[in-house]
Design a protein around this ligand. Structure first.
Ligand code: GDP
Ligand code: MG
Length: 270
């Protein structure tokens, strides 16, 4: 897709048609229909959040709600105003008392699974306003147009603001993606949090990780399962608020260890 085409999608200019496959069915949904809110396109967003009262407001404000059916913010024991503000911003707020990024994502999935009307596509993004919610159409587009099972928003391919990623994070992602290439033959450039999957394919992955190994487990299992996946460039900016993972020594060590461990674990595991 050219840059102009991408920009036209984000700014909402109509594109002729999008093809959405669900199960064996293949139906054509006209772009304008999504925009007029007939809600035929069932895209739900899950955002794990831990003390993100400032950023969550911006995220919800920028969320392209003509594409999204429901935004689910999973709160992990926040002690600030995250819950109140997320709820005021129109999100469904769930509480997950067990601390951990993976626990929060699992809670969001469980909630969507129990809906009578499950989503066709699930999108994950972080709560710190580093991701650009308005880029959601680009991230889901390969599922709609090319029948991909999973799309990773790659910060390595996109533009990163200077202080948006710590050097150890850039190196860690490079190393992890090299290892995935080596052990699984799958080419990724990032383990970024902004990603989209067909919901049924996500359920098939049977995700287990409860903390920092979440994103890499998903990619490794998708590679092993021969999923159709691709990456799209996403931009990344300096977060609002305080980093809980790579901004702390403990978080960096734990995340690094967990990511490498997860990559190796699934080489041998069925
Ligand atoms: N649910 C949940 N989310 C968390 C936890 N720690 C961090 N997060 C969220 O995970 C995302 C990434 O964390 P962040 O602090 O930005 O880490 P960084 O991007 O590595 O600096 C943000 O949306 C956080 O709110 C946690 O223990 N539980
Ligand atoms: Mg962050």
């Amino acid at each position: 897709m050219s840059k102009d085409e991408k920009e036209s999608l984000v700014s909402g200019s109509p594109v002729p048609s999008l093809e959405l496959r669900s199960g064996n069915e293949s139906k054509i949904i006209r772009h304008e229909e999504q925009r007029t809110g007939n809600r035929e396109l069932k895209i739900d967003v899950v955002i794990p959040a831990f003390n993100e009262q400032e950023s969550i407001v911006h995220i919800l404000k920028d969320m392209p709600m003509d594409w999204v059916r429901e935004v689910v913010v999973v709160n992990n024991n926040s002690t600030d105003d995250t819950v109140k503000r997320a709820s005021k911003g129109g999100a469904t707020v769930l509480d997950e008392p067990r601390q951990g990024y993976g626990y929060a994502c699992l809670k969001g999935i469980e909630y969507l699974k129990n809906k009578t009307n499950q989503p066709e596509i699930i999108v994950f993004m972080d709560a710190d306003y580093s991701d650009h919610p308005e880029e959601l159409p680009q991230v889901v587009q390969p599922i709609l147009e090319n029948n991909m099972d999973m799309v990773i928003g790659s910060r390595a391919l996109g533009e990163r603001e200077k202080k948006s990623m710590m050097p150890q994070q850039v190196f860690g992602n490079w190393l992890a993606t090299r290892l995935i290439r080596l052990f699984y033959g799958a080419k990724f450039t990032d383990l970024g949090p902004f990603r989209a999957l067909k919901f049924e394919k996500l359920l098939e992955l049977n995700m287990q990780d409860t903390t920092y190994g979440w994103t890499v487990e998903m990619q490794v299992k998708a590679a092993k399962g021969k999923y159709k996946f691709c990456e799209v460039a996403v931009n990344y900016r300096e977060r609002i608020g305080v980093s809980k993972v790579t901004g702390t020594i403990k978080g960096t060590i734990l995340a690094g260890y967990k990511i490498i461990f997860t990559i190796l674990k699934y080489v041998f595991k069925k």
